[in-house]
Design a protein around this ligand. Sequence first.
Ligand code: IMP
Ligand code: MG
Length: 172
Amino acid sequence: MSTGKIMITEEQVRTRAAELGAQIVSDYDGCELVLVGVLKGAVVWMADVMKAVDKDVTIDFVQASSYGSSKESSGVVKIKKDIDTDISGKHVIIVEDIVDTGNTLSYLASEFASRGASSVEICALLDKPTGRKVPLDVKYAGFEVGDQFIIGYGLDFDEKYRNLPYVSYLED
Ligand code: IMP
Ligand code: MG
């Protein structure tokens, strides 16, 4: 297996983060907002998004897992590391690297809603609609990708490639 071509450059990601950040600022005017990044894949995107949200905001991280070392989702989501923030009465945006089946985010969104969050929305760098198994509204989506295994900009295969400063894919 090898790394494919560059699909999305760092500059394109930054530009998109700036657009979504501006949209978030206007959508959450006067609201108490918490950005929750999903470890580990979202860290690079989260850093871009939070810098683009020009308002008072707090951040936290959650670690969930539905993937083992294989490329297929097991469908079973677990929280491996929880947030420390009391999100009751606050507006939450979950910042994620990619939405594939939707299992992880639908689980996390309903979990955060059950803790009394005033609203829960999703900001994903990538949306892979062909993989969807559960319906999910991705309010802030960076880019749509096809049915490929994506790596780079935080996304891994077997914990490798997260450090690539661009979005690429795995080639056989
Ligand atoms: P879900 O299938 O939507 O629950 O996605 C679960 C997680 O699988 C995502 O947060 C990613 O970390 C990972 N994932 C899904 N598709 C890909 C991919 O194409 N490349 C790398 N990781 C992926
Ligand atoms: Mg992930």
